[in-house]
Design a protein around this ligand. Structure first.
Ligand code: SF4
Length: 892
């Protein structure tokens, strides 16, 4: 590999699985562009993918093994991990140990972990954070198709005439897919229906938005099934030849949804809108139904999935161009993890854990011991077992469950009490890593190589383009070393291609068309061919040597009789209803520019500028009734926990609901943490938690003292902010930004901030009355820190202040404006960033709209470039063009 030639690899964020071209600069950095030849994105990237080059520094990297806080060699650390796991197994049995994995792992890593736990340790206690995002889809697929098979492909979105987006803010969470959908709509005029309680950015491209009541999806699709039957749209011959269960499922749907009035009442939708949706679905053969976390993250998630699948099976709209149900995955390799059996209730390569023959086949192939017949513990059950002390040794790989689990504070305490916790990660400081006895440094994106599978079953390569730092090692290597230290044979891998070949061999082993997942044609792949592997959709076998785009157009399901199953489903409301004590529904999810627990996106100023803090979105009418104002602090309380958050009034949030992003954690904020609030109730079939529906209440919080800090160096906030009620830390260009609020101000702000000040050569400050204090420290003429404590801070030009940190030396005019917090010259403050790709702020946009009389996003793109790269900000720009000027969150 030449350091300066572009390397083809795959984006490490969402399940769209975009191809990227990375050109290293030879100094540890790289430029990133979309790969025009990758079939997932054809050169497009979203804001997150475009900023990947800004996430490659080694800040916060874990560079050597650490045992009890001390750096140690690999031999010591691996020996300790092997000893602890072996002794737990000897004393308490194989089910006393567990692995908790991540959709960030590569398929090769996942395969080795699964083989070690299920094939050799003899337990199925291996689960993954994918349990939290799409296990309901897995369950739905297996129940209907007999296998976890996504029937369609991205091209279907371009060939469809009706696209139904259910529980998916596609514009923000799968942005490149959304751009493909919008391009198709511009080309062929297809209709888009968005089904989501919230009015999100995705609704901007919709012909119809159905803001259904949270959790009522089964009723909506049962109503659709009845409508399809009553309007003679059932595919009689497909049903006769390939599908079982129509009678029972239709009877259940009729009992649930006898007429539109009943559906309307339960779903909270007008009969007119229902009629419109049902009619369009009825009339449009080429319909794709895309669904995501809004469907999956529910105590009835599996039933919601099957209610959607029922409608596609009943109409035979599956596996043909432009039609089918389509579950889109959240993580880059959630699908790969499903294929290798990374869930506690699955085996590898679509072998069934429940089938004795399949267990025997896997055991014989691996050459370890027998596979345990009982499923392992699913994520929430696993952490409950840890809480009870039943799991003596846990290995967490590449994920941060202390942040992402429901009832997160309870499970943080459980992990803290676990007898032995090992975390392998690339990041030294995460909320989970802080609890570990052993930290193992893993390689990350750009340093490791292997394969990932995206939402359309396309296997792509991740390739190396950076030298691995310190002692970081691939996850497969770490696992294989521990396995060998535990005395197991079959883990003598020296290169990921050896793992991939074995995995491909297992997929084809005694398959004969019995299992859909078959990449047996790659079992002898040469190392050079593996290096060059182009993106391909499985199956890749003798019958389909270059892959296959679709499944099931001619039936051929992976059930015993080859027929798909329609399920008899009844609507169930969310597990825990709101009541007088907890009257509001908390919904959680993503924001546009952050990813999971921010360990990567939190490093870039560009991605951190769109939302600088975890704003709690609330309907303005609800807020007015409760006497809350935009930007006010509130305490959010659920039966599980509480957090302080700042309100953002948003008319897209339905009355009675709140929305809080899932990303923020203790490394970035003291409040606005979603995980501790979330109800840990799970879907009874999939084990997926109900992240979209937790009853909560709000209480006002008075935090009159506010402060704003910019600092070139990160502050040691655990000490500095110990008495501060609310703080949030955000990466900015060349500095860190801190927003603080407290009930009581520090008694001596100069002494308080002085705890951590660098040895400044030049300190200027200003005390205004008893409470307001402003100060700036400069080193060699360069701004090192600024503090605005107490008093009126709303008028500060924060973006202007922060942008002073990149100036090599401040001129006299700037110095004069520093403590005022405002530029001396007018018109240099861009305001809050709206377009992350080109860093165009709200002030720049509104000024251009007014002065140049711009009326369309296209005109704004021509004038300022805003919205012309990834397009993620176009809905916000469109809102600014609206007569109201668009409601946008305030900063500070
Ligand atoms: Fe990455 Fe964005 Fe593509 Fe997702 S849509 S894979 S985050 S570039």
């Amino acid at each position: 590999m030449s350091e300066f030639l572009p390397v083809r690899t795959t984006c490490p964020y969402c399940g769209v699985g975009c191809g990227v071209l990375v050109t290293p600069d030879g100094r540890g950095g790289a430029t990133v562009a979309g790969d025009p030849e990758h079939p997932a994105n054809f050169g497009r990237l979203c804001s997150k993918g475009s900023a990947l080059g800004e996430t490659l520094d080694l800040e916060q990297r874990l560079l050597s093994p650490v045992v009890n806080g001390q750096a140690r060699g690999w031999d010591d650390a691996l020996g300790l991990v092997a000893d602890k796991f072996r002794s737990a197994i000897e004393s308490h049995g194989p089910d006393s140990v567990a692995f908790y994995l991540s959709g960030q792992l590569l398929t090769e890593d996942y395969y080795v972990a699964n083989k070690l736990m299920k094939g050799f340790i003899g337990s199925n206690n291996i689960d993954t954070n994918s349990r939290l995002c799409m296990s309901s889809s897995v369950t739905g697929h297996v129940r209907a198709f007999g296998s976890d098979t996504v029937p369609g492909c991205y091209e279907d979105l371009e060939q469809a005439r009706l696209i139904v987006l259910v529980g998916s803010n596609t514009a923000w969470c799968h942005p490149v897919l959304y751009q493909r959908i919008l391009a198709a709509k511009a080309e062929n005029g297809c209709r888009i229906v968005v089904i989501d309680p919230r009015r999100t950015a995705t609704c901007d491209g919709a012909d119809l938005h159905l803001p259904l009541k949270p959790g009522s999806d089964v009723m909506l699709f049962n109503g659709l099934l009845v409508w399809l039957a009553d309007h003679h749209k059932l595919a009689e011959s497909y049903l006769a030849d390939h599908v079982s269960g129509l009678g029972e499922s239709l009877a259940a749907a009729r009992a649930d949804a006898p007429d539109l009035a009943r559906v309307s009442a339960v779903c909270g939708l007008s009969e007119t809108d229902l009629q419109q949706f049902y009619s369009w679905f009825c009339q449009t053969e080429q319909t794709v139904t895309v669904y995501s976390q809004g469907v999956n993250q529910s105590s009835s998630g599996s039933d919601k999935v099957n209610a959607i699948l029922n409608c596609h099976l009943a109409t035979g709209r599956i596996g043909r161009p432009g039609m089918g149900p389509f579950s889109v995955t959240g993580q880059p390799n959630a699908m790969g993890g499903r294929e290798v059996g990374g869930l506690a209730n699955m085996l590898a390569c679509h072998l069934s854990l429940e089938a004795p023959d399949d267990r025997a086949l896997a055991a014989e192939f691996w050459g370890g011991g027998p596979i345990a017949p009982e499923p392992g513990l699913k994520a929430v059950a696993l952490f409950e077992a840890i809480e009870r002390g039943e799991i003596k040794a846990l290995w967490v790989m590449g994920t941060n469950p202390v942040v992402s689990l429901p009832d997160a504070e309870r499970f943080r305490r459980a992990l803290a009490a676990c007898e032995f916790l090992v975390v392998s990660d690339c990041t030294a400081r995460t909320d989970t890593a802080e609890l570990a006895e052993v930290l193992l440094p893993a390689r990350t994106w750009g340093e490791k190589e292997g394969t990932v599978t995206n939402s359309e079953r396309r296997i792509s390569r991740q390739r190396t383009f950076l030298p691995p730092p310190g002692q970081a090692r691939p996850d497969w290597w770490i696992l294989a070393q521990v396995a060998q230290s535990m005395g197991y044979a079959g883990f003598e891998y020296t290169h990921p291609v050896e793992i991939f070949r074995e995995y491909a061999r297992l997929s084809g082993y005694q398959n004969g068309g019995r299992r859909g997942f078959d990449i047996g044609a790659l079992q002898e792949i040469a190392t050079a061919a593996y290096d060059d592997l182009s993106p391909q959709q499985w199956p890749i076998n003798q019958a389909n040597p270059t892959g296959q785009a679709r499944f099931f157009a001619e039936g051929g399901y992976y059930t015993r009789d080859g027929r798909a199953n329609m399920l008899a489903l009844r609507y169930r409301p969310p597990a825990t209803a709101v009541d007088e004590v907890y009257p509001l529904v908390l919904n959680t999810g993503r924001v546009r520019d952050h990813w999971h627990t921010m360990t990567r996106t939190g490093k870039t100023a560009r991605l951190s500028s769109h939302r600088i803090e975890p704003l709690l979105e609330m309907n303005p009418t609800d807020a007015a009734k409760a006497g809350f104002a935009d930007g006010q602090f509130v305490r959010v309380e659920s039966r599980q926990g509480e957090t302080i958050a700042r309100l953002m009034l948003d008319s897209g949030t339905p009355p009675g609901s709140l929305y809080l992003p899932m990303h923020w954690n203790r490394q970035f904020a003291s409040g606005g943490l979603a995980g501790p609030l979330v109800n840990p109730v799970v879907d009874p079939h999939s084990g997926q938690p109900e992240f979209k529906h937790t009853p909560v209440r709000l209480k006002p919080v008075e935090l009159p003292w506010r402060a704003f800090i910019g600092s070139r160096q990160p502050l040691h906030h655990s000490a500095l902010f110990s008495n501060i009620d609310y703080w949030v830390a955000t990466r900015a260009d060349g500095c860190w930004r801190y927003e603080l609020a407290a009930a009581v101000a520090p008694s001596d702000p100069a002494a308080w901030i002085g705890q951590q000040l660098p040895p400044t050569t030049d300190w200027i400050d200003y005390q205004d009355g008893r409470h307001a204090y402003r100060a700036a420290g400069l080193i060699d003429g360069q701004l090192a820190i600024c503090l605005f404590s107490g008093g009126e801070l709303d008028g500060l030009s924060r973006e202007w202040l922060l942008s002073r940190f990149v100036e090599p030396a401040l001129n006299a005019r700037t110095r004069a404006g520093l403590l005022a917090g405002l530029p001396a010259e007018p018109g240099v403050d861009p305001g809050r960033i709206v377009c992350a790709c080109f860093q165009v702020g709200i002030n720049t946009l509104t000024q251009a709209i007014t002065e140049q009389r711009l009326t369309t996003p296209e005109q704004i793109g021509q004038a300022l470039k805003a919205g012309t790269n990834c397009g993620s900000c176009v809905p916000e720009i469109t809102a600014l063009l609206a007569p109201s000027g668009g409601a946008v969150p305030a900063a500070g």
